[in-house]
Ligand binder design. Structure first.
Ligand code: NI
Length: 169
C-alpha cells in the first residue's frame, strides 16, 4: 500500500521519535508499505515520520529496488562510527523540489535492528553513508535543511511559505 508522504511544515517531521519495541508481522507489513511508498516516490530512503508516524524506523535502498539484498530496514538505528567527508547535493521526499549541498561523512558504520528485531551492523560509503545519516537525522526530527547555510535555508523556507499560501504545497 502506498502511503502519502508528509511534507515540510508538519510537526511530526521535527519531533524526536519513539523506539520500535514490537517486532513481528505488523511491523513487517509497515516496512513493506514504506518500501513501496519510497519506490513510488523515487526515493532511496524513507523515515517513519515522513508517513506521519512518530517511530524510530526507516527504510533505505540505494539501488531503487534493483537489488533485493539492498533493502534495509533500520529500526532504532545509531551511527557507531563515521569517517571522512563528502559534500554532495541532497534532497528529501518531504521537501520536494528543493535541493542543497550537505556535508556528510564519507564512511559510516550503522547499527540497527531489522524487521524481526535482529541487531545488525552495516558499513556504508558514498550515497549509502549519506542515506544512513539523512534517515537517522529524520528520526531525531532533523531535516537536511538544517545542514544548509542560513541564507539558503531561509530562501527555501520563504519559497515554501509562498507555495503554502497559494495552496501548492
Ligand atoms: Ni528525507
Amino acid at each position: 500500500m502506498i502511503l502519502p508522504i508528509v511534507k515540510y511544515g508538519a510537526a511530526v517531521l521535527e519531533q524526536p521519535t519513539r523506539s520500535v519495541e514490537k517486532f513481528g508481522a505488523e511491523l513487517a507489513k509497515l516496512t513493506e508499505d514504506m518500501f513501496e511508498s519510497m519506490y513510488a516516490a523515487r526515493g532511496v530512503g524513507l523515515a517513519a515520520p515522513q508517513i506521519g508516524l512518530n517511530l524510530n524506523l526507516a527504510v533505505v535502498d540505494v539501488t531503487s529496488g534493483k537489488n533485493p539484498e539492498a533493502k534495509l530496514v533500520l529500526a532504532n538505528p545509531v551511527i557507531v562510527h563515521s569517517e571522512g567527508e563528502q559534500r554532495e547535493e541532497e534532497g528529501c521526499l518531504s521537501v520536494p523540489g528543493f535541493r542543497g549541498n550537505v556535508l556528510r561523512p564519507a564512511y559510516v558504520t550503522m547499527r540497527a535492528q531489522d524487521a524481526n528485531g535482529k541487531e545488525y551492523e552495516m558499513k556504508g560509503e558514498g550515497l549509502l553513508a549519506r542515506a544512513f545519516c539523512h534517515e537517522i537525522d529524520h528520526l531525531h526530527g532533523t531535516l537536511f535543511l538544517m545542514h544548509l547555510s542560513m541564507l539558503k535555508r531561509d530562501l527555501i523556507k520563504r519559497k515554501i511559505r509562498k507555495l503554502t499560501k497559494t495552496g501548492e504545497w
